[in-house]
Design a protein around this ligand. Structure first.
Ligand code: ZN
Length: 495
């Protein structure tokens, strides 16, 4: 207290503060700040952390939109790691071409003050999408069987390559067309088309010449029919025909041809065949009582040529019922025919046990002989004589009732058969020319129309013929060759 009193009346002396408290504080503050700055920016290091959203490598399909998931960035300190300061990120994705397969990079950049950081993402654009084939169809389109498919059209497009229609290949196999196309990346697309087959047209039947054909009775005729199908090609061998044609009977016949293609389309075409009578030479006016049909059976043989000379000498036309017995003399059939004689069928073998075994056996043997005759004279004949004549009973040993059937069938087939009313007797009764002469002369005096049975395979028959012809002609008889409308001198069937 006293101190305070001592200085009671004096002005207080200015207080001296020495270096000053404020300066110390400022220095301390500065030091603290400096230390803090050292800590903040030297001891503690700031860094930018970029977090790429999503995977660091992504794959995108060519042509499909690519949307980057971006990235985020923050600033954080190495010691002050609890600091997380978000900062903006810029991304450069301009390199990614979604239309071109390849590997691209998206770069992310973040900056804060003087530091910056980058990160990247790899983007692979790939093409795994196959192209697409579209098959076009044409309305009512069809393919003919056995024919190649006619393309209706197609298109092919690819997500990367665009229109690749011109790269499509196709192959036809077992009714299916297989299409295939590949894009540049090797992706393959395929398609299939089942071929629709159809055949709407029947084959076309054709033949040469007009629909109507004229033949003379006895002519042989073979049609030249052909058939062509749009799908199957030449189908001539499938043509079937139906006809009642009988070239040995005058009349008009229809031949109906039918052919069916594999698809079942049937075509039919008709042809009309008219068989006309053979134009006959004007018949001579004659006394019907004086006609002789001289017939010679079983040849031609070794004596036939001699007989032909005798007939020629007397200008006599006869009839030969021929067989195939003498192969070496077969060409005499032609000579007989050319000389104006009639030719008839007498079977090829003339063996009773064979020809009368059955009706089929008979006609088979008969046809064989007819073919031989046709080969010689170039036409078919329509007259014949049964071995043993129609009245023979030998045939009953082999087939009961066969003569009844054969005579009927002959008419149906257009053949006329001829027996005889006079036999010369040369078939075993006699070898004497005199006896034969008597038999024949007696016979011709008896009948209006004489059909005389002789055999030109007997030398004694040929030898006596000159005498008989001389005398018969002398008596005014006319000799005629047999034609299908000559009197038949039928014996009457006995089996
Ligand atoms: Zn005979």
């Amino acid at each position: 207290m006293s101190v305070n009193n001592n200085y009671k009346n004096t002005a207080p002396a200015p207080r001296k503060r020495g270096p000053g408290t404020a300066g110390v504080i400022a220095v301390i503050l500065l030091a603290v700040l400096f230390a803090a700055a050292i800590f903040l920016f030297v001891i503690n290091r700031w860094e930018i952390v970029i977090r790429v959203n999503g995977p660091s490598a992504v794959t995108g399909e060519c042509g499909e939109p690519y949307r980057d998931q971006g990235a985020e960035a923050e600033v954080t300190g190495s010691i002050l790691s609890s600091v997380h300061h978000q900062i903006p990120v810029t991304a450069s994705a301009e390199g990614v071409n979604i239309h071109e397969p390849g590997e691209y990079k998206v770069t992310y950049t973040a900056k804060f003050l003087w530091i910056s950081e980058t990160a990247a993402r790899t983007v692979s654009i790939v093409d795994t999408t196959p192209p697409q084939i579209e098959l076009l169809t044409v309305e009512d389109h069809y393919t003919l069987p056995h024919h190649p498919y006619e393309e209706e059209g197609y298109t092919a497009t690819d997500n990367h390559d665009g229109d690749i229609t011109d790269r499509v290949t196709s192959q036809e196999r077992d009714g299916i067309v297989y299409y295939s196309v590949s894009d540049e990346a090797g992706n393959i697309a395929t398609a299939e088309r089942e071929i629709y087959y159809d055949d709407r047209n029947a084959p076309v039947i054709s033949f040469e010449g007009p629909e109507e054909v004229f033949l003379f009775k006895g002519d042989s005729w073979k049609d030249d029919v052909r058939a062509e199908d749009d799908a199957d090609g030449d189908v001539t061998d499938r043509v079937e025909y139906e006809t009642d044609l009988n070239t040995r009977k005058v009349g008009t016949y229809t031949v109906t041809y039918t052919v069916t293609d594999e698809w079942g389309n049937t075509a039919t075409k008709k042809r009309f065949v008219t068989v006309k009578p053979v134009p006959a030479k004007a018949p001579k006016k004659m006394d019907p009582k004086k006609v002789i049909y001289l017939t010679f059976d079983d040849g031609p043989g070794p004596y036939t040529e001699e007989l032909l000379k005798i007939l020629k000498k007397h200008k006599v036309k006869a009839t030969f019922f021929v067989t195939a017995a003498y192969e070496d003399y077969r060409d005499l059939i032609k000579k007989e025919y050319k000389a104006g004689h009639s030719i008839g069928i007498h079977t090829a073998t003339h063996r009773y046990e064979d020809v009368y075994e059955s009706t089929d056996a008979y006609w088979e043997d008969f046809n064989e002989m007819e073919d031989i005759i046709q080969a010689q004279i170039g036409r078919r004949v329509d007259i014949f004589r049964f071995p043993g004549g129609s009245s023979n009973t030998i045939s009953a040993n082999y087939c009961e009732g066969i003569m009844t059937e054969l005579t009927q069938q002959a008419g149906e087939k257009g053949y006329a058969y001829f027996d005889w009313n006079i036999t010369s007797g040369d078939a075993g009764d006699t070898t004497s020319g005199d006896v034969m002469y008597d038999n024949m002369m007696e016979g011709i005096h008896k009948y209006e129309n004489s059909v005389i049975l002789c055999h030109d395979v007997k030398d004694y028959t040929v030898k006596m013929m000159d005498r008989f012809l001389t005398d018969a002609l002398e008596e005014g008889y006319t000799f005629l060759p047999i034609t299908s409308d000559s009197p038949g001198a039928h014996h009457g069937v006995n089996n």
